[in-house]
Design a protein around this ligand. Structure first.
Ligand code: HEM
Length: 180
């Protein structure tokens, strides 16, 4: 089963991701323009720093950097509707299908978050403005990660169901049963 758009919209409401957040994010386009390439380089240096991820990206770092720069631009494109969701869900599926351990996805998202917060702190001196823009950026990173994690969850449940022959619903009931 695939992650569905309604779940994304529900998550946006839950974390109070508003039009103001979208506007704050759009205003960060120039920060991504100036600091994004260095951040992308750091992202892949981090993936190259451990053998588990280094071997997966070996020989294709330059082409991956191109898609990553595009990913960074989309974070500040100001439109976080269905098309945005579809692109993020696809990123989730791509990583699940490659069998990438999700802890590394969580880990490198931290590189994006921390790198952008540092870049914003160098750009905006007014504390309230910096806080508002940082908050919007963190919310979007969390939303992206939520979609990617949901994709992992769906794929794992599907694989377990296929392998064991157990119905999806039964597996979901078992894992959500409160443990006394
Ligand atoms: C926040 C975390 C991550 C983001 C935002 C991200 C972003 C992306 C994007 C945008 C693509 C292109 C997807 C497409 O074809 O539509 C991609 C592909 C890829 N990513 Fe990531 N990535 C993340 C984590 C990782 C990690 C931890 C690895 C581990 C090595 C990794 C390795 C790859 C590889 C090998 C591809 C190429 C897939 C293919 O086309 O065969 N990524 N990533």
């Amino acid at each position: 089963m695939a992650v569905i758009y309604e779940e994304f919209e529900a998550m946006k409401r839950f974390i109070e991701f508003t039009d103001e957040d979208a506007q704050n994010l759009a205003s960060l386009a120039s920060v991504v323009e100036s600091h994004g390439p260095a951040l992308t380089d750091h992202f892949y240096e981090t993936l190259e720093s451990v053998p588990e991820t280094a071997k997966i990206i070996e020989g294709r770092v330059e082409s991956l950097k191109k898609t990553h720069r595009q990913y960074m631009k989309e974070l500040t494109a100001g439109d976080y509707g269905e098309a945005y969701f579809e692109r993020r869900a696809r990123i989730g599926q791509v990583h699940v299908q490659m069998g990438i351990d999700p802890r590394f996805v969580e880990g490198v998202m931290s590189v994006i978050r921390a790198g952008m917060l540092k870049a914003m702190a160098e750009t905006y001196t007014e504390p309230a403005e910096l806080a508002a823009k940082s908050s919007s950026f963190i919310k979007l990173c969390d939303l992206d990660l939520a979609i990617i994690n949901l994709a992992y969850n769906e794929e794992r449940l599907d694989r377990f169901s296929e392998f064991t022959g157990m119905k999806r619903k039964l597996i979901e009931n078992v894992i959500t049963l409160p443990k006394r």
